[in-house]
Ligand binder design. Sequence first.
Ligand SMILES: [Zn+2]
Length: 357
Amino acid sequence: MFQKKSLAFLEKLLLTSSPTGFESAAAKVFREETETFCDRVETDVLGNTIAAINPDAPFRVMLAGHYDEIGFQITYISDDGLIYFRANGGIDKLNVPSSEVDILTANGPVRGVIGKKPIHLLKAEERDRALALEDMWIDIGVDSREEAEKLVSVGDPVANRTNFRMLNENRICSKGLDDKIGAFVVAEVMRKLAERRPAVGVFGVGTVQEEVGYRGAKVSCFGVAPQVGFGIDVGFATDLPDIPKKVFGDVALGKGPEVNRSCDSNLPLYDRIMRISRENKIPVQISTGHRATGGTDTCCMQMNRDGVATALISIPNRYMHSQVEICDLRDAYGAVELITETILSFTGKETFRPGLD
Ligand SMILES: [Zn+2]
């Protein structure tokens, strides 16, 4: 399982807020960690971090894990100092009221809470429906716009308060496991490969702005120009009530990483990953997703330039896009082992042409 220093890195990443579009603090954590073992670490103009081993090798493998998380931005400050906001990424309005938040200003975080009318004062029809975001506000403890504007500005990013904790030895609970757990897996694969030296070039990329359409993966993949790409993201655990397995498949926490089988998956690469899992006795769960494409950095990498052989490896996740997402460390460790062994099996001669390779 993970070494202490790896777990400390994961904790640091989860305790660093990085709402979509404002990822620099998490990028710094990712960069400083990967700099300790990678051959070269670069940051591009969008804020992606590209950590490389054997960067000059002709055969290149890219790993993508996004370190942005869903969040908000300030739209308006009222005369009485209440702060209104909109979403960046797929926010579930039911999860928003009563959240503790940090407004990330140039002068540091400003603490606030998301308020709404008390239940007693809601009209009968309001009690049974989700409030719109404009029916809520952020209260930072001031009484006027003038006071608020001394602290925050329209456009400032807003993040849910960090809340990492272990529920027990294996189960980790935090906001933003989507997809800091994936960015963590990327870095941990690089840590292992730095010791075991693959025959190919490997680029571990912490990507930005996945939650608003894979923007970081798109440009970093163009820059890296890999032949093979692994997307590492969270996937839906279905070991919960009222998630029909007929539709969403059978995926449980703690039973291994998901190997996705969809239009995002290159067939020879999928076969190789499954062979590696059998040979190394790494338990995996096969998932298809509930659509033909998973809508992650993976599908974006697949369509780079003249095509990339891609695989999506998912870490099962409960309560996705809430402040209390849960993952299992054993699944993340399985993902690290599976991806590491698969990359070590590459000679650099593979073509990954379906039906030919
Ligand atoms: Zn994600």
